[in-house]
Design a protein around this ligand. Structure first.
Ligand code: RUB
Length: 308
């Protein structure tokens, strides 16, 4: 797929989920690098930065996308040799995709360990890492799990989750988002994915996640987050606020259906760190207070700020 096709796919949410967005962005950068005959450092720099900005504009608040681009361009300030810079972009993009796939598999294994033997699980939205953790617990550990999948208004990503669980033989019931609190008394563990983890260990994930966390806390149910390290935001360490994406009102209500009505459609919300029992990363299962360590190691590795 070309850069334009991938950018369009991310904007339209045909490509969605923070991990998939990040891997697709790395793939787009790889294709830009493979498609150019340019080997002049400045020319390449301009070309790669333009491509990165095109990708960033598709979902500007996606931290995973930003970190994938940082990773791909991490040699940019370390060399002025065009050939070396070009080769590094191809290699780093491929390495990012492989590392991301591996991270998801590792998180699935660690996450499965946290799931009790005969657990009722509740999940919100559609997260590859958390879905695979449930499937791993069910298939490889033989745990008798059953799942409540929130439908996840307005785009119904919960339908994808329910279908994937069903396809893997996991017993699942689809519920409307507002029924999560009703069923929480039967739930043993909540597992969700992450769009972003902030320096203070807060979670930014699909809108409605924070209500699930609130309900879980009220019922003393552990609230577990699956997050690859590239979901952790270096920006938040510098005090830069993570902006919540607001999408088109037409996702919520057919345009003109109630003339004159204002509709708001935030795509994500923030769950405070104090509601989070554990964050499962490829580096291990951590307390939200450990977010700072992951961000510090990313900061040492990624060229934070080059896309501003
Ligand atoms: C998806 C969403 C997912 C996270 C994690 O939102 O909030 O929970 O991105 O997903 P959207 P994953 O549908 O708007 O992209 O674990 O697959 O990265």
């Amino acid at each position: 797929m070309s850069l334009e096709r991938i950018a369009e796919g991310i904007s339209s949410m045909e490509i969605r989920g923070a991990g998939r967005i990040a891997r697709s962005a790395a793939q787009a950068m790889k294709e830009v690098a493979e498609g150019t005959s340019n080997r002049d450092y400045q020319g390449l720099r301009d070309e790669f930065l333009a491509a990165a900005r095109t990708l960033l504009d598709t979902r500007p608040t996606a931290v995973s996308l930003r970190n994938a681009l940082y990773y791909t361009l991490k040699e940019m300030e370390k060399t002025t040799d065009g050939k070396a810079f070009h080769a590094s972009v191809v290699k780093n993009a491929a390495d990012f995709i492989d590392a991301s796939d591996e991270a998801v598999k590792t998180i699935a294994k660690y996450g499965a360990n946290l799931i009790p033997k005969d657990a009722t699980i509740l999940t919100h939205c559609n997260s590859t890492a958390s879905l695979l953790a449930i499937i791993h617990a069910f298939k490889h550990h033989g745990k008798k799990v059953k799942v409540y999948a929130d439908e996840t208004r307005p785009r119904h990503q919960g339908h994808i989750t329910a279908k994937q669980l069903l396809d893997n033989g996991v017993p699942v019931s689809l519920i409307v988002d507002s029924a999560a609190n009703t069923y929480m008394k039967d739930v043993d563990i909540v597992i969700v994915g992450a769009d972003t983890i902030t320096a203070s260990g807060c979670l930014i994930n699909k809108v409605g996640t924070s209500q699930v966390a609130l309900s879980a806390r009220e019922h003393n149910v552990p609230f577990v987050v699956c997050a690859e390290s590239y979901k952790f935001s270096i920006e938040t360490l510098a005090g830069i606020e993570t902006i919540i994406e607001e999408r088109d009102a037409s996702e919520v209500l057919e345009p003109g259906k109630i003339p004159g009505l204002k509709v708001r459609n935030p795509s994500f919300d923030l769950t405070p760190a104090r509601f989070i029992h554990a964050i499962v990363t490829e580096a291990g299962v951590i307390h939200p207070a450990g977010a700072i360590d992951i961000i510090n190691s990313l900061k040492g590795e990624l060229p934070f700020g080059i896309l501003e």
